[in-house]
Design a binder for this molecule. Sequence first.
Ligand code: TYD
Length: 153
Amino acid sequence: MEKTLVLLKPCTLQRGLVGEVISRFEKRGLRLAGMKMMQLTDEILNEHYAHLREKPFFQILKDSMMSTPVIACCLEGIDAVNTVRAMSGATNGRNAVPGTIRGDYCMSNQQNIVHTSDSLENAAIELARFFKPEELFDYTPSNLHYLYALDEL
Ligand code: TYD
């Protein structure tokens, strides 16, 4: 099964939406394999947002991501990367479709509730950036056979 990274951003903690957002992933049937609160640093954000370093909003994005701790989650499921990405919605919350997390909870291009990995390759890189191996847990959900059909497992 695939594993993917979700960061609950500072705006989500400040707005008291942590439980609601995690609940959506739980209800969808994704398995929580790891979760921790972290204070992000300039160093980790320079890596994490390296693809945006030339953008005019790079510094305010980093400042915003350091303003309050974040909650890093590792979610697991079949096709978890694309499923979680689809659940988060378009980057700009004002363009995100209602029913997605960003489309239901935000009005901003930056204060947009979650970060979610955009490919399987990046998910592996990002999980290694935010979690030590021993911080990710393997356990079998007791309802596994009601989440997936036998020929999907
Ligand atoms: P990006 O990786 O393009 O999007 P996503 O989070 O959907 O994978 O951008 C990373 C973050 O950068 C995005 O979540 C919010 C911030 N951002 C801005 O602040 N302004 C912008 O114009 C864009 C495109 C992103």
